[in-house]
Design a protein around this ligand. Structure first.
Ligand SMILES: Nc1ncnc2c1ncn2[C@@H]1O[C@H](COP(=O)(O)OP(=O)(O)OP(=O)(O)O)[C@@H](O)[C@H]1O
Ligand SMILES: [Mg+2]
Length: 250
């Protein structure tokens, strides 16, 4: 019997961008890690560390300079739709002319959900993210946090097995953040695999099986919280994070 390949595996990924005045910005260097079935992996890193770039490469929205991306053992190319995957981009901008429910129904249609099931699916998802009471409000009239909740609902349309979320709690108030983390935990309990990046150490700590720390495009650590504390002789994740950022700058 062979072991199942990981849900996602990144191998030796590198990415540079063209900066101003012909400079080269190195966004990722030799990034390798995998996410196993049913795992929640969170990636922490300061602004500009390369988190969104890693997610874009994972999703096929950018071409790596080096390395490869595999889903379930299969190489994934640039712009190739990822199988059974829900995605929340960093800058989520839904169509402002639709109402919240119309927007989710639209995505239900894209996911191949029949019209008869779509209304129920939309109501359920909007309930999960606390947006059922605003179902008929226009997207253009939502606050930032409300928009983010709609983005999360959109990522869960079609009940995907894998969720890739770029700062899922960005813009949410503390209660909303906590609710969202509870929702992600419930998703894990239902067997989902989740990869997300965040700036909020406490939520990563609460929800993740393993935590990665990315600084200046390099994955410095990736392990369970307890192993990270032990490896770096730290009392909490905040200390681990600060040590790694300082070390990368020195
Ligand atoms: N399209 C682009 N063109 C040029 N440089 C880019 C581009 N996208 C990202 N970068 C640069 O690549 C590096 C990594 O950016 P990235 O957006 O991946 O970081 P991040 O960790 O997601 O940051 P944040 O926490 O602020 O979202 C940064 O130096 C950024 O300026
Ligand atoms: Mg980002």
């Amino acid at each position: 019997m062979t072991d199942k390949p990981p849900v996602v595996a990144l191998t030796h990924l590198g990415k540079t961008y063209k900066g101003k005045k012909k400079t080269i910005v190195t966004a990722l260097k030799d990034l390798s890690f995998s996410v196993a079935q049913g795992e929640i992996v969170g990636l922490l890193g300061p602004n500009g560390a390369g988190k969104t770039t890693a997610i874009k490469l994972m999703m096929g929205f950018a071409v790596p300079d080096a390395g490869e991306v595999r889903f379930h053992g299969n190489i994934q190319k640039f712009a190739e739709p990822r199988p059974n995957t829900g995605y929340l981009p960093e800058s989520f901008k839904p169509n402002p002319h639709l109402t919240v429910k119309e927007y989710i129904l639209f995505h239900c249609g894209l996911s191949g959900i029949s019209k008869s099931r779509a209304a129920q699916e939309a109501d359920t998802l909007l309930g999960h993210v606390g947006m059922d009471i605003f179902a008929h409000r226009k997207i253009s009239d939502l606050s930032k946090g409300m928009g983010q909740r709609v983005g999360l609902a959109q990522a869960f349309v079609g009940n995907p097995d894998l969720l890739i979320l770029d700062e899922p709690t960005s813009g949410l108030d503390p209660v909303g953040r906590s609710e969202m983390i509870d929702f992600l935990i419930a998703q894990k309990q239902a067997g989902k695999t989740i990869f997300f990046c965040s700036h909020i150490l406490s939520e990563v700590e609460r929800v993740c099986d393993r935590i990665g720390i990315l600084v200046k495009g390099e994955l410095r650590l990736l392990d369970t919280r307890d192993v990270l504390l032990e490896q770096t002789d730290s009392k909490d994740l905040d200390e681990v994070f600060k040590k790694e950022v300082l070390c990368a700058q020195s």
